[in-house]
Design a protein. Structure first.
Length: 764
């Protein structure tokens, strides 16, 4: 995508100088030339002098949306700034979402409100294409098919601001029980600088209640104000947005647990479709319905816990957990170092007397001795036999800062001992690894085997905050031992997570997978409540073709890659796992140090030309570095790199956004620095985070030099190739023949894209 920080107007007929907060942009069709003294005549024409011209900047862009059931009113507040010495003239363009109606527009021009016009989709497309034809810049093609709101803006005074306020209303679409709201926030192609302030606030209100809320595009804060209202907020500074804001919510909450499914399927995909399932307990769920549980808190008190105040933080975290036990819960506290010691010898009621005794016990703990992890697990699992047939969830919260040094130290021996103690009892072991001198394989195998989760607290993180925040999420189980079933000829496969975790109050279960078959189906979620089976069934449709929710395949692939890499880490590599990682990572643009190594290896093996490579910046040194990281996955169990790798793969497995998680600031990079020279670590970090790829309308494009390459091109080496010059008659003929290709061609001026059986090379 072409970006301007400052540029020279030389032989340019038209200049798009635009800053977009949302899709609103200001077009400057004819930037003024600065005055200069007349020159004597020359025997040949002279070009005009070069001069610097800075595009407009945006001060802020704020969006407020109010949604009542399916009626949405969106208000936009933008401020543009002209940093130039010249007065400018331009046009404000706002591509209108399909079906929306402009309600109000406000912009003051010389004390008068500017006049505006609304153009239908056909007229708008001609304007977009005319700008593309003159500018040889395809960015606006992304909006082909949308109506256009257009306003002449003059004058734009030097060093002055223009504030634009716009509101529109629309009837939101409901699909398979879920309502979708989209706000166009893809501004990277128009913004010369990051936006100083961006915010989106959505107020939701549904008369019959809200089952679930899900935002696949951005990291948002969701606050429920009772069963029928919620607020969704996103805010950032110095941001260059490149993804539209998407929000899905399910009205009505007829049962304790709501189930909703979204699908994506292309007719030509022989492997079937993709689905995203959301399961949420009703927001108004009364406390009496929350499942009573048994919890054993296990704290490492070995000598190493004295470092950096770890023991004091851990004790404060344990105090928080004790205070947040529910009425009806039972608990036990186990401390371990050279040996393991239980406070009560059984699980006891969470009454005031027992809690006071536990608090006193915790505060008296001192760090000394070794690390007997096997013994600690055996002691913690002992009371589980008392509740074998009582239907109560049994949870262990296990905190340790070291590898086992007392008794068995091999992970397989400790796992075998733990599994023997558990027998057929349903138990969850939630592990917290404090610092980086922990056996990540052991902790992750314990959590994976018991459908729980691991957390790692890095040396610069606060143990108390991390443990207490996590425990607050898992303290109220609603449905345990979950199983998902589909009938009606629908066959789910490759689900992530493969083994469903328990469902907790205030949390939302997100499951992605593939499906074969089509038509109506009963989707059933089964689980246990107080030892009694509960079943929640919803009748849903799985279509033979559904291409609206294009984010689902990439979100599924991101989680799937995380799962496959984690299997390689914990159980070793095989050809099937490796090949699937390569295929998914390349196809969906999931670039991490591990996948980068595998992609480059695969392209080397196939002898792919450098101009066709997905990751051309990975030279031999970087390839060797990422290879070392990948090969250490199954063998490195402790240390910075092992903890960083575990955290990074967990982020992939739990991804909730359509964009693959960024690795630039991931713990993997902080961990990896300890195992290699810092300059090399910096280069690798820059190479991974700097690799430009865009996921557009179901396809991934990689930047290779000045061109963008459709990932599909690599799989069609024998396809015929046709070269087309951007802005030419042939270019627009191609757009008419393949109207769906407009978004793919919008990625840049030099693009290779596969259409049918032909690779089109678009060039400047």
């Amino acid at each position: 995508m072409t970006r301007f920080s400052r540029f020279t107007v030389a032989a340019m007929v038209v200049l798009v100088a635009s800053i977009a907060g949302a899709d609103g942009m200001i077009i400057i069709p004819h930037p003024p030339m600065p005055p200069y003294p007349p020159r004597p005549p020359h025997p040949w024409p002279m070009p005009p002098p070069h001069y610097e011209f800075a595009p407009l900047e945006v001060k802020y862009h704020h969006v407020t949306a109010r949604i009542d059931d399916q009626i949405a009113v969106t208000e936009i507040d933008q401020v543009f700034y002209n940093p130039n010495h010249q007065t400018l003239e331009g046009e404000y363009l706002f591509p209108v979402p399909k079906g929306a109606r402009i309600d109000k527009f406000s912009m003051d021009i010389n004390g008068k409100e500017a006049e505006a016009e609304l153009l239908d989709a056909d007229k708008a497309r001609r304007i977009y294409e005319d700008i593309v034809r003159r500018m040889k810049d395809p960015a606006l093609l992304e909006y082909a098919g949308q109506a256009l709101f257009k306003v002449r803006v003059y004058p734009i005074e030097p060093h002055s601001e223009k504030r634009i306020r716009l509101s529109y209303s629309e009837l939101l679409r409901r699909d398979a029980g879920m309502v979708s709201y989209v706000y166009p926030l893809n501004t990277e192609k128009f913004s010369a600088k990051p936006l100083k302030s961006v915010s989106v606030k959505v107020e939701l209100s549904c008369a019959k209640g809200i089952k679930s809320v899900f935002c696949p595009s951005h990291t948002v804060e969701i606050t429920h104000r009772g069963p029928s209202e919620a607020t969704v907020g996103f805010e950032a500074k110095d941001l260059r947005p490149d993804t539209d804001f998407q929000l899905f919510f399910a009205p009505e909450a007829p049962s304790d647990v709501g189930i909703d499914v979204l699908t994506y399927r292309e007719k030509a995909d022989a492997d079937g479709g993709f689905f995203l399932l959301l399961a949420s307990p009703a927001v108004g769920l009364e406390g009496a319905r929350v499942v009573e549980k048994d919890v054993v808190f296990v704290l490492d008190t070995s000598g190493s816990m004295a470092e950096r105040g770890k023991i004091d933080q851990a004790k404060r975290a344990l105090s928080f957990c004790l205070k947040n036990l529910n009425r009806g819960d039972r608990f036990e506290v186990v401390r371990f170092s050279t040996e393991a010691e239980a406070l009560f010898g059984r699980v006891v009621a969470a009454g005031s007397e027992n809690l006071a005794k536990a608090e006193s016990f915790v505060q008296g703990l001192k760090p000394i001795g070794g690390t007997a992890i096997r013994d600690a697990l055996v002691v913690a699992l002992g009371p589980a036999t008392e509740t074998r047939n009582k239907g109560r969830p049994y949870m262990i919260v296990f905190l340790t800062d070291g590898r086992p040094t007392i008794g068995p130290t091999a992970a397989d021996e400790i796992m075998a001992a733990a599994m023997k103690e558990m027998g057929d009892r349903t138990i969850r072991i939630f592990c917290f690894g404090i610092g980086t001198d922990v056996n990540t394989h052991l902790l992750d195998l314990l959590t994976e085997s018991t459908r729980a989760a691991s957390q790692y607290v890095l040396p610069d993180e606060d143990i108390e905050i991390k443990v207490s925040n996590f425990y607050a999420k898992i303290s109220d189980p609603v449905l345990t031992d979950l199983q998902l079933e589909m009938t009606g000829g629908i066959r789910p496969s490759k689900m992530t997570p493969s083994r469903l975790p328990d469902l907790f109050k205030g949390e939302q279960l997100v499951v992605l997978g593939r499906y074969a078959g089509d038509g109506d189906a009963a989707v059933t979620l089964k689980g246990m409540v107080d030892g009694k089976p509960r079943t929640f069934t919803h009748e849903l449709k799985f279509p033979a073709s559904a291409t609206d929710h294009v984010f689902i395949p990439r979100l599924w692939a991101t989680r799937r890659v995380g799962f496959l890499l984690d299997q390689i880490r914990l159980n070793g590599e095989n050809a099937e796992l490796r090949d699937e990682v390569v295929d998914l990572a390349r196809k969906y643009g999931i670039v991490t140090p591990y996948t980068a190594y595998l992609i480059v290896e695969d392209e080397d093996r196939r002898g792919l030309a450098q101009t066709q490579r997905s990751l051309p910046q990975f030279d031999a040194e970087l390839h060797e570095t990422t290879g070392r990281m990948y090969n250490e996955l199954p063998t490195s169990v402790a240390g910075d790199g092992a903890v960083g790798g575990a955290q990074s793969l967990d982020a992939l497995k739990r991804a909730k956004g359509m964009s693959a998680p960024s690795i630039a600031n991931a713990p993997m990079m902080r961990g990896g620095r300890a195992t290699m020279a810092s300059p090399l670590a910096d280069r690798m970090e820059q190479a991974v985070s700097g690799q430009q790829n865009r996921y557009v309308a179901g396809r991934t494009f990689y930047q290779n030099g000045a061109q963008w390459i459709d990932a599909s091109v690599q799989t069609t080496a024998d396809a015929r190739r046709i070269q087309v010059r951007i802005g030419s008659d042939e270019y627009f003929t191609l757009l008419k023949k393949h109207p769906n290709a407009a978004q793919w061609l919008s990625v840049g001026r030099n693009v290779q894209v596969l259409l049918d059986d032909t690779v089109y090379e678009v060039i400047e």
